[in-house]
Write a protein that binds this ligand. Structure first.
Ligand code: X8Z
Ligand code: ZN
Length: 699
C-alpha cells in the first residue's frame, strides 16, 4: 500500500465508521455538526486542557508509585476521576462533528482518535462501573500473596510455624529466604523446608515481584516450581473471573455503542489496518519455524534435566519448567540450554561490579549512547526529579518505567537500578522512551504517542539491541574476548537473545487471540480456550489439570488491567526491522547481531525521523519512509536474519528429534478440557472401529 492509497483507505474507514456510528445509538445525535471552524476551535482547547489534565494525573501517579501512602492514593483517584469527566465531555463534543466535513486531515485524525479509543459512549453509570472494575481487578492482582514452599497457609490459631532464623520486621523482610531472592547477584538458594513448631510466625507474604518471579527463574526443584506456579494462579484467577466477565460485557457494549462489532475490533482499530488480524497471523507464521527449532532444543535439554514430569520427546513442554510464570520469557533457563557451556555468555555484570559502576554512571552512559548518535541530551529536570536507585525507605513501586509529564519540560525515569548488565540494558531501554517523548514533544497532545501501539516498545528495544552485543561491550571496556572461540561465544549470545525474544513471540501473539475470541464468542470455556491456544502456539501444557473453576488468563496482569497485548508481539518483530535499518544507515557490514550503532549520526537521524512524527501519520507511512520505500508493513525478515546463525546451529542439533514442533495427544488436552478430550478419544475409537469393520469386510 502506498501513502496515497493509505489516505484513501483512511477516508473510507472514516466514512464507514461514522455511517455505522450514526446507526449505533439513538441516544446521541452525533456526527451532524459540519462547522469546521468550530471543530478546529474545539481541538485547540482540547489540546491545552488535555495537556494540563495529563500533567496533573501523571504527577499524582508519580507521587503515588514513588511513595505509596493512602493520602497519595486518594489524590491520584481524585485526579483520575476528574480526567474521566474530561474524557466523557471531550468525547461528546468530538463525536458531534461530522468528521468527513473537516477539511484539515490532521484535525480529522485528532477527532477520530478522541472518539475511537474511548469507552465514553457508555452511559455514565456503566462507564464508572467499568473503570472501578478495572481498578479493583488490579488491586486484587497486586495484593496476591502466597506462602513459601512447604509452608501451611497462615492460620492465626497456629502461631508458631515458620522458618528457623526468620524474623519478620516491618520494613525489612531480611530473613534468609527473602534475602536470597532479593539480591540478584547472589546465588539462588531455595527456602528451608517448612518446620513445625519453629519459633517464628508464618510469613505468607511472597509476592509475584520479586519472590515468586525469582523462584521460577532460579529454582530447579520441580515440586517447588509447581508449587509457586499453582499457588499464584490460585490467588489470582478465581478471584478475578466474575469481574472479568462483567468487564467483557461492558467493554463490548462500549465498543458497539461507538460503532464497532466488539471490544476486540475497537482495540485493533488503533493499527489502522483493515486486514490487521490476517497481517499479524502472517507475521506469526513466518516466525513459527524458528520458534519450533528453539522449542525442540529446549525440550531436549529439559528432558535431560528433569527426565519426566510430563515431558515427552515429541510433546509440548509443561509450562512451569521454562523459568517464568507465563512461560513467556525463557532467559532464566539459559544455564540448562546454553549451546557451549564452557564458553562464556555475554553477561558483564561481574565486570561492571569490579569496575565500580553506579546507577548514575549507567544513566550517564546511556545518555552518551544517544547523544553520540546526534539525539537529544536530557533536560536538567530529568536529573533533578528521576528516581534512579532504590531508596532506603519502603513504599516504592520499583518496576522500571519512563514518564512524560505532558508539559514539554518534565521527563523522568523510575528504576531501582542495580549494577547489572540487565539493568544497563533496561536503562538504555527506558531512556529511549524518553528520547521518543522529547522528539514528539512539539506534536499536539493527541499525537504524542507511538505511530501505532507497537512503536514505543519497538523503538526502545531497537536502540537497545546494540547494547547487548560483543563489539559494543568491548568498546565500553566491559568485555574482552581473547581466550574463547568466537563462534561459541556468538552462539551463546544468540541463544540468550532467542530465549528472550523468540521464545516470547507465540506468547505475545496468543494473548490477544484469546482475548479477541472472548470478546467475539463469549465467556464460556475461557480457561480451556486459553490452554488450547497456549498448546497450539507455544507448545506448552499446564503441569496439572485445570478446570473452568480456574481462570489462568487472570494471572496475567495485562488481561485484567485492560492492556492490549498484541503490540508486544509486533514490537518484538518491528524492533529488529528498525534495528536493521539503523545498521544499514550506520554502514554496518556483517552479521546483524554484531552491529553497533553507537556514534552513528545516520542511524540517529533515522531514529529521530521515526520518533518526531509521533502518531501524526499512519504507521505504514513511517515504515515506508524508514525502509526507503521497500515496504510499508511490519516484516519478520530482520528478526529471522538476526537469528539465522543460531537457527542453522539448532537445525543441526535437532536433526535426531522425532519432531521439530510438538505432537499433542488426548492426555494433553484432558489436562484442560476433559470433555473435549473424551469426545476426541470417542471419535478416535469410533474411527478405529469403522476401520476394523471395514478391514473385516474387505478380508
Ligand atoms: O508490561 C511490560 C513492561 C511495561 S511495557 C513491564 N512488558 C510486557 C510483559 O511484562 O508482559 C515488557 C515485556 C512484555
Ligand atoms: Zn518499554
Amino acid at each position: 500500500m502506498n501513502a496515497n492509497k493509505g489516505a484513501t483507505v483512511l477516508h473510507l474507514i472514516l466514512i464507514a465508521f461514522y455511517t455505522r456510528y450514526a446507526c449505533a445509538d439513538d441516544h446521541f445525535k452525533m456526527g451532524v455538526n459540519t462547522n469546521a471552524a468550530e471543530a478546529m476551535q474545539f481541538l485547540r482547547e482540547y489540546d491545552r486542557e488535555a495537556s494540563g489534565m495529563c500533567y496533573r494525573v501523571t504527577l499524582s501517579q508519580w507521587k503515588f508509585v514513588t511513595n505509596i501512602t493512602e493520602h497519595n492514593r486518594r489524590r491520584m483517584a481524585e485526579e483520575l476521576a476528574l480526567s474521566s469527566k474530561f474524557e466523557r465531555l471531550s468525547w461528546r463534543k468530538a463525536a458531534a462533528f461530522d468528521v468527513s466535513r473537516v477539511p484539515d486531515p490532521q484535525a480529522r485524525r485528532q477527532l477520530m482518535k478522541i472518539v475511537q479509543s474511548s469507552r465514553a459512549a457508555l452511559p455514565e453509570d456503566k462507564f464508572t462501573e467499568l473503570q472501578q472494575l478495572i481498578s479493583e481487578m488490579k488491586e486484587i492482582y497486586n495484593s496476591a500473596k502466597i506462602c513459601p514452599f512447604g509452608q501451611k497457609p497462615y492460620d492465626p490459631h497456629v502461631p508458631k510455624v515458620g522458618y528457623l532464623g526468620a524474623e519478620k520486621q516491618e520494613d525489612d523482610r531480611n530473613y534468609p529466604g527473602h534475602q536470597q531472592y532479593k539480591l540478584t547477584n547472589q546465588p539462588y538458594q531455595h527456602y528451608q523446608p517448612y518446620q513445625d513448631n519453629a519459633e517464628y510466625p508464618n510469613y505468607c507474604d511472597m509476592q509475584l515481584d520479586p519472590e515468586i518471579t525469582r523462584i521460577l527463574a532460579h529454582s530447579r526443584i520441580e515440586s517447588e516450581l509447581l508449587y509457586v506456579w499453582k499457588s499464584f494462579r490460585d490467588q489470582t484467577g478465581p478471584k478475578l473471573k466474575n469481574s472479568f466477565m462483567r468487564y467483557v460485557q461492558l467493554t463490548n457494549q462500549a465498543a458497539v455503542d461507538t460503532g464497532f462489532r466488539d471490544a476486540g475490533e475497537q482495540m485493533r482499530a488503533a493499527y489502522e489496518d483493515p486486514s490487521f488480524r490476517a497481517s499479524a497471523e502472517e507475521v506469526y507464521n513466518q516466525v513459527a519455524p524458528l520458534y519450533k527449532q528453539l522449542h525442540a532444543h529446549v525440550r531436549r535439554r529439559l528432558l535431560q534435566r528433569y527426565s519426566s514430569h510430563g515431558l515427552r520427546a515429541d510433546g509440548p513442554i509443561p509450562a512451569h519448567l521454562l523459568g517464568n510464570m507465563w512461560a513467556q520469557n525463557w532467559k532464566s533457563i539459559m544455564d540448562l540450554v546454553m549451546p557451549f557451556p564452557s564458553s562464556p555468555s555475554l553477561d558483564v555484570t561481574s565486570e561492571m561490579l569490579r569496575q565500580g559502576f553506579t546507577p548514575l554512571r549507567m544513566f550517564q552512559m546511556a545518555e552518551e549512547f544517544y547523544t553520540s548518535m546526534g539525539l537529544k541530551a536530557l533536560p536538567p529536570e530529568f536529573w533533578r526529579a528521576s528516581l534512579l536507585a532504590r531508596p532506603q525507605r519502603a513504599g516504592v513501586q520499583c518496576t522500571a518505567s519512563a514518564w512524560d509529564f505532558c508539559n514539554r519540560i518534565d521527563y523522568r525515569i523510575k528504576q531501582c537500578t542495580e549494577v547489572s548488565m540487565q539493568d544497563l540494558v533496561s536503562t538504555h531501554h527506558e531512556m529511549a522512551h524518553i528520547q521518543y517523548y522529547l522528539h514528539y514533544a512539539e506534536q499536539p497532545q493527541l499525537f504524542r504517542d507511538g505511530a501505532n501501539p507497537a512503536f514505543h516498545e519497538a523503538v526502545a528495544n531497537a536502540a537497545t539491541l546494540s547494547v547487548y552485543n560483543a563489539p559494543h561491550l568491548q568498546r565500553l571496556g566491559l568485555y574482552n574476548n581473547k581466550s574463547h572461540d568466537q563462534y561459541e561465544v556468538s552462539m551463546n549470545f544468540l541463544m540468550a537473545m532467542a530465549l528472550e525474544k523468540v521464545a516470547y513471540l507465540p506468547f505475545a501473539f496468543m494473548v490477544d487471540q484469546w482475548r479477541w475470541s472472548v470478546f467475539e464468542d463469549g465467556v464460556q470455556d475461557m480457561n480451556a480456550r486459553w490452554w488450547q491456544m497456549k498448546l497450539r502456539y507455544q507448545g506448552v501444557i499446564p503441569p496439572i489439570p485445570r478446570t473452568e473453576a480456574d481462570f489462568d488468563p487472570g494471572s496475567k496482569y495485562h488481561i485484567i488491567s485492560d492492556q492490549e497485548y498484541v503490540k508486544y508481539f509486533l514490537a518484538t518483530v518491528l524492533e529488529f526491522q528498525i534495528f536493521e535499518q539503523m545498521c544499514r544507515a550506520a554502514g554496518h557490514a556483517g552479521h546483524l547481531h554484531e552491529c553497533d550503532v553507537h556514534r552513528s549520526r545516520d542511524a540517529g537521524r533515522l531514529l529521530s525521523e521515526i520518533m518526531q512524527a509521533g502518531s501524526s501519520k499512519p504507521a505504514s507511512e513511517i515504515i515506508r519512509t524508514m525502509t526507503r520505500g521497500k515496504t510499508n508493513r511490519i516484516s519478520p525478515e530482520a528478526i529471522v536474519k538476526y537469528f539465522r546463525p543460531l537457527e542453522l546451529w539448532l537445525r543441526v542439533q535437532n536433526r535426531e528429534e522425532p519432531v521439530v514442533g510438538w505432537n499433542s495427544n488426548a492426555d494433553d488436552v484432558k489436562l484442560f478440557a476433559p470433555l473435549r478430550a473424551a469426545a476426541i478419544s470417542r471419535t478416535a475409537s469410533a474411527i478405529l472401529l469403522i476401520v476394523c469393520i471395514a478391514n473385516q469386510l474387505l478380508l
